[in-house]
Design a protein around this ligand. Structure first.
Ligand code: HDE
Length: 690
């Protein structure tokens, strides 16, 4: 039988213009096999007769499927779900007094950068708004080699010794027998482990706070966590902690919003980053340093080598020395975001590690994990990992070696005059810290205080933020089935704050309160609140980079919408339209607006503030649509700023909020009201409604 060009499922059939797909392909370049041989038919495998068996000799089919079968590489054990972008780091301050790192020598110089944000616990396909720590990993392609700052959006960590990392991660991820829950810590194994690890209590306060449900990557801080060293040309060492401060300020969602966003748009964070970069609204952070010396380290209340502790910014202020701008999305997710390999050991001359045990453990494990994931010690040859400065050494061969030396000499020293040589003056030198002591497996007594900074974090929060921590603990522990674990957690909380312990116990129905766990070191009651630890105390006072969701319809007032658009633009915010139907809406003056979301696909949780301005006619039908009622009711209950046109009032009444309107709700009656509504949105949420 002839080749099935008449098969109705075959795209090789002649198209309307009388052109076959193969012909169309000519203009796009030819499909070839991996060996470069042009492929004549990419639709049909080789068979004996159209309905007959396939032939093993079909090398084109076999090679195509062989490659497909091997497309996946192992996902990261932790931080599997991530999203990356390119950009640059700009040096704002030279730091030759404290470091000889090349990147800090010339003010105004730009260094290429790649950043990958991530959640920790979930699989690669999990949702973005899991309650979780966010990874904030930065690769700086400096002229003296790649420098990676592999940080998180939380400045402390769960554990003090890397020996416990596999246990922590096993406990946090889905339980091994049932393989759930996915991307959440609200289960017995996690809280069982945590409640047996008092060192994690400070981190617990952070992950139960709004920090663990950021509004987007653009609105979160990043931290190097550990104490690092900077070393200057004279060999003098200074301690530093790294901070990334978002230009647009901090912002988080509410937990009920997170739950809905995960359903409405599981890619909420990655989409936000992609969209912002694509519209030229480049995300930006300042690099800040907390700089301190041995003397400060000696007198500070806690051990600076303990990653479960931070240094309050009020004690050591953050000095801004650079900025990071993300201005380019990836060309290919796999090649860049999936294959990027961060290693804490990637440091450059002028930067050095300290004896923080967690950092030392990480220095072993990141290299090891990249070998497993990328399958070859030559992962540094991949473009995303390759330094942008010359690389010369005698390392050779291995799987997939693409950067191969030429010549006879593959060792050093050699008599052939070939190859690179070591360079004592410009090369990396470890800081010659003096070390002495017994080999032993033990935890330093200076790491023993597990509750004081947890308490300091809690008392630094506003009352709304404290309520969120209480509710988060109540929610997570209510999902723990073993009562003894819940009780053990409440017993820890008593060391942090009695009221918190009491209210969580009440949520969990625990009465009487269990005895507090005896702390290894007395809990300090005298640490003052630190405003820098709160998100709300540092409200950025800007609506820039945020989204105003406009619920509109055919016939909506063009004047009102234009005024809203103008006011939002003045603030640097984006407007998106939600409407009863997809496509376009025609406004009162006949002009049109592109609909971003149909009402049942665009709940108000996707926006930072909403304006409800459908025509009177549309309101009549929207009043009986659950999605429209939820849109306005959710916006109200999630404490969003809510503007409404006079025609929309019946919709607010039908949603049950018409009689409760407060100062966070504005009737958009004239230009002045519209402007003041959009300016009020700078507060990001109308907290009194909570
Ligand atoms: Fe990681 N961590 N980690 N971690 N980590 C990994 O490396 C590990 C820790 C962090 O976007 C893994 O490439 C140990 C602290 C980020 O690709 C793995 C310990 C901080 C990323 C690993 C820690 C981090 C990772 C898994 C305790 C904040 C994602 C995949 C000693 C300062 C990087 C990979 C990316 C990834 C080990 C603790 C941040 C297994 C053993 C503390 C942002 O090697």
């Amino acid at each position: 039988m002839a080749k099935s060009s008449s098969c109705p499922h075959s795209p090789t059939v002649t198209g309307e213009a009388g052109e076959t797909h193969q012909q169309a392909g000519e203009t796009h370049g030819r499909i070839t096999t991996p060996q470069g041989a042009p492929v004549a038919d990419n639709q049909n495998s080789l068979k004996v007769d159209a309905r007959g068996p396939m032939l093993l000799e079909d090398h084109i089919f076999r090679e195509k499927l062989f490659h497909f079968d091997h497309e996946r590489i192992p996902e990261r054990v932790v931080h599997a779900r991530g999203y990356g972008a390119h950009g640059y780091f700009e040096t704002l301050e030279t730091l030759e007094d404290i470091t000889c790192a090349d990147i800090f020598q010339r003010k105004g110089e730009r260094t290429p950068a790649f950043v990958r944000f991530s959640t920790v616990a979930g699989n690669k396909g999990s949702m973005d708004l899991a309650r979780d720590v966010r990874g904030f990993a930065v690769k700086l392609y400096t002229q003296q080699g790649n420098w990676d700052i592999v940080g998180n959006n939380i400045p402390v960590f769960f554990i003090q010794d890397p020996m416990k990392f596999p246990d922590l991660v096993h406990a946090a991820k889905d339980e091994p027998d049932r393989a759930f829950p996915q991307a959440q810590t609200a289960h017995d194994n996690f809280w069982d482990f945590i409640s047996l690890m008092p060192d994690s209590m400070h981190m617990v306060m952070w992950i139960m706070s709004d920090r663990a449900i950021p509004r987007s990557f653009r609105f979160m801080e990043g931290f190097g966590v550990h104490t690092f060293r900077m070393v200057n040309a004279e060999g003098k060492s200074t301690f530093v902690k790294f901070h990334w401060k978002p230009k647009l300020g901090l912002q988080s969602v509410l937990w009920p919003e997170a739950v809905k966003i995960n359903g409405a748009d599981p890619d909420f964070h990655r989409r936000d980053l992609w969209d912002a970069i694509q519209r030229g609204d480049f995300p930006e952070w300042e690099l800040g340093l907390q700089i301190f010396d041995e003397e400060f380290a000696e007198k500070f209340e806690f051990d600076v080598l303990d990653s479960t502790k931070l240094i309050p910014e009020e004690q050591v202020p953050v000095r801004v020395v650079g900025r990071l701008v993300l201005d380019r999305v990836v060309d290919n997710f796999f090649a860049e975001t999936e294959q990027v390999a961060f290693c804490t050991q990637n440091i450059v001359k002028g930067i050095d590690h300290t004896d923080d045990p967690l950092l030392q453990g990480r220095n072993f494990t990141y290299l090891d994990t990249q070998l497993k994931r990328l399958g070859s010690p030559n992962f540094t040859h991949l473009p995303i990992n390759a330094p942008k400065c010359p690389v010369m050494n005698f390392m050779q061969d291995g799987h997939m070696a693409t950067r191969n030396p030429v010549g006879r000499a593959n060792y050093e020293p050699n008599s052939w005059g070939e190859g690179p040589r070591e360079c004592p003056h410009v090369g990396f030198k470890s800081y010659p810290a003096s070390v002495a002591g017994m080999k032993e497996r033990m935890r330093s007594p200076s790491f023993a205080d597990h509750y004081s900074q947890a308490r300091q974090f809690y008392i630094s929060q506003t009352k709304h933020e404290q309520a969120h921590i209480r509710d988060a603990l109540g929610f997570e522990l209510s999902k723990v089935e073993t009562v003894a674990i819940r009780e053990r957690m409440v017993a820890h909380l008593r060391n942090i704050d009695e009221d918190l312990a009491q209210s969580v116990a009440q949520i969990l129905g625990i009465d009487p309160l269990p005895e507090a766990i005896p702390p290894a070191s007395p809990v300090r009651q005298d640490l003052p609140p630190s405003d820098a630890l709160s998100i709300l105390k540092r409200n950025p006072g800007t609506f820039a980079g945020r989204k105003l969701g406009i619920l509109a319809s055919d016939g909506s007032s063009a004047d009102l919408i234009q005024a809203l658009e103008q006011a939002a633009q003045n603030e640097g915010a984006v407007c998106q339209f939600v409407a009863p139907h997809a496509g376009e809406i025609k406004l009162s003056d006949g002009s049109t607006r592109k609909v971003k979301e149909k009402i049942d696909g665009g709940p108000s949780v996707l926006f930072d503030a909403v304006a409800v301005v459908p025509s009177a006619e549309a309101v009549t039908s929207l009043k009986s649509m659950p999605a429209a009622l939820q849109f306005v009711a959710d916006a109200f209950y999630h404490q969003k700023y809510l503007g409404y046109g006079t025609d929309a009032k019946p919709l607010l009444d039908a949603a049950g909020i018409g009689s409760m309107l407060d100062d966070g709700c504005a009737a958009l009656t004239d230009q002045r009201m519209i402007d003041s509504f959009v300016m009020a949105c700078r507060a990001l949420r109308y907290w009194p409604r909570a």
